[in-house]
Design a binder for this molecule. Structure first.
Ligand SMILES: O=C(O)CCC(=O)C(=O)O
Length: 434
């Protein structure tokens, strides 16, 4: 099913038409990871090396052009995915008071309709969605004894223990959710190995930045009620980029839109003038530095695939060579019923320092774009600093976390040598202070 059904056109009488009349990104890149999964399962190092090599260039191209792609051949049982969607629907059908008993703190438990606003620059009110966030089970993922104070603070503020409903209320909820969590987490690790290779790093690059394996995933179940009169001032999910490393998304209904840069628009839709969304122009400018001529596009729902996108940390490590692309959700079509999606966000440890990799330094990096002369992120940041900064903009009560994070994170000084267009070298040293 691609794009939106014709009944959405009727809904468009009331909805802001510019939200709906955008092209569908039908040639979104697809990466088939089955050979890699087989090589890992059979512990065949030669086949593993070949599968990584075969996927690396496709990953590089997808990451450099749009930062969104589909993953097929993932081997996760369709029945498990269907069970997870069915379970999410059952959860959201419960009375709000019951759902609220799972609420813990940010990133764990139930979040009511409108509670999160992913684009407070453009939206007067919160996203038209409700959600449930689940992390790894704490007993499987204790903080290590040598965890830093920052790790402890953020684990407390953002990563508390899951609180489940009992089996009397929702039978099998925990079992299905954690089985799905584990399977998607395994897939995420595999995708990250390919991504690391595309970044010119060892395949263990990301796992080396997670002290306790499996602890940096967050499974979100989201319900979007159809909103036939949706206006650009308040969406199902406001325009944003993801904060961490990668997100793996399963969705049962179209609705996701991504913002394509002018270059991508030219390459994929050369024959048509894509309508831009004027109403979102300001927020796009704010969030992406502004790229007039770009366009929103529907991401197709292709059975048997996960939608994967890169987050802000990858954009930072690669000096924006790899894209952390803006996306949003528009769900107006009541004939399609509620839209359920299952994003799985993957981060690194909170105290992971992110600084532009030498391979991506402008001028000298072997993977950097020769046309790129700007070092976009001269100051390193920790994963925790970035998360605290972003969450303090989406949840108004969180600025305190940001302050505490800045206090606990040392301000390293970064030295880089940049070569300009004339081959002149410039030494740059900046402190990563607040
Ligand atoms: O539901 C979707 O398709 C996307 C959700 C999303 O972007 C998010 O929760 O960050």
């Amino acid at each position: 099913m691609l794009g939106i059904s014709s009944s959405a056109a009727a809904a468009a009488v009331a909805a802001d038409a510019s939200l709906l009349h955008v092209p569908t990104f039908t040639d979104i890149p697809i990466l088939n990871v089955s050979a890699l999964i087989d090589a890992k399962a059979s512990d065949d190092s030669a086949a593993y090396a070949k599968a990584i090599a075969d996927l690396t260039m496709a990953m590089y191209d997808a990451s450099k052009s749009v930062g969104f792609f589909l993953v097929s051949g993932h081997g996760i049982d369709t029945a498990l995915i269907d069970d997870m969607f069915a379970m999410a629907r059952r959860f959201f059908a419960l009375p709000v008071d019951v759902k609220k008993t799972t609420s813990v703190s940010h990133n764990r438990g139930y979040m009511a309709l409108g509670e999160e606003n992913l684009n407070s620059d453009a939206q007067y009110d919160g996203d038209i969605k409700e959600a449930l966030d689940i992390g790894p089970e704490k007993e499987d993922a204790p903080l290590p004894d040598d965890a830093s104070e920052l790790d402890r603070l953020l684990a407390y503020r953002l990563r508390q223990r899951n609180r489940w409903l009992s089996d009397d209320v929702l039978p099998g909820f925990k079992q299905v959710s954690m089985k799905y969590y584990d399977k998607v987490n395994e897939l995420a690790e595999i995708v990250l190995e390919v991504l690391a290779s595309a970044m010119g790093q060892s395949t263990a690059f990301f796992s080396d930045r997670v002290k306790v394996p499996g602890t940096m995933g967050q499974l979100r179940m989201v319900r979007y009620p159809a909103a036939p009169g949706m206006q650009s001032s308040r969406l199902s999910c406001g325009a944003h980029s993801d904060y961490g490393c990668i997100t793996l998304l399963a969705a049962d209904t179209p609705g996701l839109q991504i913002y394509l840069s002018p270059e991508v628009v030219k390459r994929h839709f050369p024959a048509r003038a894509c309508s831009d969304l004027q109403a979102h122009h300001e927020s796009i400018k704010y969030a992406s530095g502004g790229q007039p001529g770009g366009s929103w596009a529907w991401v197709p729902v292709v059975p048997g695939t996960f939608i994967v996108n890169l987050g802000d940390m990858i954009s930072r490590w690669t000096n924006r060579t790899f894209k952390s692309t803006l996306h949003r959700v528009v769900h107006v079509d009541t004939d399609l019923g509620d839209r359920i999606s299952l994003p799985f966000f993957v981060d690194c440890d909170f105290d992971t320092e992110i600084r532009v990799l030498p391979a991506f330094l402008p001028g000298s990096g072997k993977l950097s774009d020769p046309k790129e002369h700007v070092l976009h992120f001269p100051k390193p940041i920790t994963m925790g600093q970035h998360l605290a900064l972003m969450f303090s903009s989406t949840f108004p009560e969180l600025p305190a976390v940001r302050k505490e994070t800045q206090r606990l994170t040392p301000s390293p000084v970064v030295h880089v040598t940049l070569r300009d267009e004339d081959g002149q070298e410039h030494e740059l040293a900046e402190s990563a202070g607040a």
